[in-house]
Design a protein around this ligand. Structure first.
Ligand code: NAI
Ligand code: MG
Length: 495
């Protein structure tokens, strides 16, 4: 089974030959992207200066350089945006699904046409590898608009026997890990169902949402249907607290999610929350190991681990523990960490300094609690920027903080189990319930595990598969409500 992977003997000729053979030449993505000196708020169909008169910088985490200045919205700006969405609502809901579908379709096409530019900008503003923004974020964002264009004129078939009506004005607050994609997840279903929106992007990654605003202008989306108010947590707080909002949707940390739930309860607003996770992978001895290792690598090291459904706990059947550790190390050594604009990069920059600090402090805590760190990637890192090499820890106990808390970085906690029962018990021993992965050759075992794992999304012999047609969301402290698919529409209609 291990023929394909030679043992790693330090300093051996075989190893150095292999390493030089695998040295790639730099392959930077060079598409130039224009970035203005500053970006205002997008309210009532136009970019305007904030009433707050405040601006903040958004930085490229791979270089430390400020990209541009972005408006910081205050309570008055939120007031304007909500009023504009309210005013646009009757006409937008009255034009009917067929007309709305045309706008959604045009938005999807423009995202495709501007895909390269959007990918580069996403990577510059957030730090994720260009191959991810190019192959995942941007195509999926377009896909969400296409998919919901399809539903817009078929809503009465989505909810048999009922007459779906829009909920009203939607307040939507999104995080920095999938900036344009999260905007699409929130805006596309809302518009399809005849609602209007006020979106608050994350403060470290506002630029692609503002490009999306340009696309709304290009396709002639009626003013006020979508308003985009940039700013930090305070701006989000004003939006969540505004009593003109009929529905709130939030993706982000569990802590902020709790505060938003309180704000929503006051006005009896509709609410969906997509919060964090500590998702388990369970790998049985009979699993196809090559695929399983790739799935695990993808599950935790993809997007620097800045993924709410990252497979951050790995439960390995005891008999294959050593083999799995050896293969993970082997794979970790060859991952390319560095310039996110390089097309060969696997792991880009950590999004922001707080996050980097959080990741390193968790890894230190894990070691202090007695876990062993495996961190064998030693490729050169760029001189500037925020970097964290992929790693995993073994000897992790369920009580360790690294086995319980969401780290949101490229850090995997590896544990073992002996029986399927034990695997289930340990995997479910978490306040979170977003996703889970099961790796085994046996169909019956897959069904049994999938039935009993406490998670909103369960992937079997694969991981991190997304599609607009497939509902996504968590249970327990990972939130409630679904996004995508017919289930996702439910949050945006009154029946
Ligand atoms: P956060 O939850 O503070 O930020 C998410 C969004 O909420 C941003 O747009 C932010 O401006 C806004 N926000 C912040 N405070 C708010 C408030 N009081 N009211 C309304 N909106 C508010 O996440 P942060 O600080 O960027 O990351 C902290 C941790 O959260 C991460 O380390 C990670 O564990 C988790 N996280 C989870 C995400 C997920 O997809 N589930 C995404 C981002 C972070
Ligand atoms: Mg930025």
């Amino acid at each position: 089974m291990n023929d394909s992977i030679p043992e790693r003997t330090a300093g051996s000729t075989a190893q150095s030959v292999r390493e030089s053979a695998w040295e790639y030449a730099p392959a930077p993505e060079r598409t130039p992207v224009e970035i203005a000196d500053r970006y205002g708020l997008f309210i009532d169909g136009e970019f305007r200066s904030p009433r707050s008169r405040r601006w903040f910088e958004t930085v490229n985490p791979a270089t430390g350089e400020a990209l541009t200045k972005v408006a910081s919205g205050n309570d008055k700006d939120i007031e304007d945006a909500v009023a504009s969405a309210r005013q646009a609502l009757p006409a937008w809901s009255r034009i009917g699904g067929q007309e709305r579908a045309k706008y959604l379709f045009r938005i999807a096409r423009r995202i495709q046409e501007r895909a390269r530019e959007l990918s580069v900008l996403e990577t510059m503003d957030g730090g994720k590898p260009i191959k991810e923004s190019r192959d995942i974020d941007i195509p999926l964002a377009a896909r969400h608009f296409f998919y919901h264009a399809g539903w817009a004129d078929k809503l009465k078939w989505a909810f048999a026997g009922a007459t779906p009506k829009p909920v009203g004005v939607c307040g939507q607050i999104i995080p920095w890990n999938f900036p344009l994609l999260m905007a699409a997840w929130k805006i596309a279903p809302a518009l399809a169902c005849g609602n209007t929106c006020v979106l608050k992007p994350a403060e470290t990654t506002p630029l692609t949402a503002l490009r999306l605003a340009e696309i709304f202008e290009e396709v002639g989306l009626p003013p006020g249907v979508v308003n985009i108010v940039t700013g930090a947590g305070r701006t989000g707080q004003h939006l969540a607290a505004h009593d003109g909002i009929d529905k709130l949707a939030f993706t982000g940390s569990t802590e902020v999610g709790r505060r938003i739930a309180e704000a929503a309860a006051v006005g009896d607003r509709r609410l969906t929350l997509e919060l964090g996770g500590k998702s388990p992978h369970i790998i049985f001895a009979d699993a196809a190991l090559d695929q399983a290792i790739e799935g695990i690598v993808n599950g935790i090291w993809f997007n620097q681990g800045h993924v709410c459904c990252a497979g951050s706990r790995l439960f390995v059947e005891e008999s294959i523990h050593e083999e799995v550790v050896r293969r993970l190390e082997h794979r970790m050594a060859s991952l390319r960490v560095g310039d996110p604009l390089d097309k060969n990069t696997d792991i880009g920059a950590i999004n922001n300094p707080d996050q980097l600090e959080k990741i390193s402090s968790y890894v230190e805590k894990g070691q202090a609690e007695g876990a062993q760190l495996h961190k064998v990637n030693n490729q050169n890192l760029p001189a500037k920027g925020l970097w964290y090499r992929p790693c995993f820890l073994t000897g992790v106990q369920p009580s360790h903080v690294i086995a319980r808390d969401e780290i949101f970085g490229p850090v995997l906690a590896v544990m073992t189990f002996r029986t399927p029962e034990e695997a289930l018990k340990r995997a479910n021993n978490s306040p979170y319930g977003l996703a889970a992965g099961v790796w085994t050759d046996k169909g019956a075992r897959i069904f049994e595990m999938a039935k009993r794992l406490e998670a909103g999304v369960i992937w079997c012999n694969t991981y991190n598969q997304f599609d607009a047609a497939s509902p996504f969301g968590g249970i327990k402290e990972s939130g409630f409500g679904r996004e995508g698919g017919r289930h996702g529409l439910r949050a945006y209609v009154r029946l």
